[in-house]
Design a binder for this molecule. Structure first.
Ligand code: ZN
Length: 242
């Protein structure tokens, strides 16, 4: 089975459309969104609708949850808070209804899909280093876990002897006996120094994960953010991917 995986669209329609265009040339049986369709960007309604049309499974992120008023935005930094406050004034009842159907996690075959991490997913944990990864691998019932949330594509790879290494790689050939946590990066607000949208393709038969990058016209997203007085910091970071 081939599964397309994307995460952290963050209301960036231009980036989402470019990823979906790239996927038109791919064969896949399922498309999974790992959460944070909203937050930060200028077009939340359009992104919620497009993800609903394209994805077979949509997982809840902390920004999605906060937009529904369930996760407290006082935990967010001031830029995230400001963008989310504005988004909550423009989000349609239809989009809210769709977001309310997002799941905390999904398991499919030998893989587990979640926004932050498999250990208490709705506390929105970050997996940033091997110590975090070890904790979450202990809670994980599956061999492979796909995550988003930090906006940085990174692989945590645990061998049979429990040693964990981490790396960034475009093509990951899954090894027998290893267990993995793989961050697919962000579609709408990458933070690894590259502005291109990030997504992944997982082939469970071939046991290969590919992390793909696709350029998009971020100036169009920036212009829409300017028109809506979104924070300058959030506008600028898109062109640097940080
Ligand atoms: Zn996010």
């Amino acid at each position: 089975m081939r599964i397309a995986i994307l995460s952290d669209v963050h209301a960036n329609l231009e980036a989402l459309q470019q990823v979906l265009r790239a996927l038109e040339h791919e064969r896949y049986e399922a498309l999974i969104s790992l959460g944070d369709v909203v937050g930060y960007g200028p077009l939340p309604n359009e992104c919620v609708q497009l993800v609903a049309d394209a994805a077979s499974n949509v997982i809840l992120g902390n920004h999605d949850d906060a937009l529904l008023g369930r996760t407290d935005i006082r935990d967010f930094n001031s830029y995230a808070r400001q963008a989310l406050r504005w988004q909550s004034t423009v989000t349609s009842p239809e989009a809210r209804e769709i977001i309310a159907t997002y799941k905390p996690y999904v398991a499919l075959g030998d893989a587990f899909f979640v926004h932050g991490g498999p250990r208490s997913p709705l506390d929105w944990p970050y997996i940033l280093n091997i110590y975090d990864a070890r904790l979450h691998l202990r809670s994980l019932q599956h061999d492979i876990c796909f995550i988003g949330h930090s906006h940085r594509g990174i692989v945590f790879d645990q061998k049979e002897d429990n040693k964990i290494k981490h790396y960034q790689r475009e093509r990951i050939e899954l090894e027998e006996g290893h267990r993995y946590i793989i961050n697919v990066g962000s579609v709408g607000q990458p933070r690894d120094g590259v502005p291109d949208a990030s997504y992944a393709l997982y082939d469970s038969g071939e046991r290969v994960v590919e992390i793909r990058r696709v350029a998009y016209d971020f100036t169009r997203t920036q212009k829409l953010m300017q028109d809506n007085d979104l924070p300058e910091f959030l506008i600028r970071r898109l062109q640097f991917g940080e």
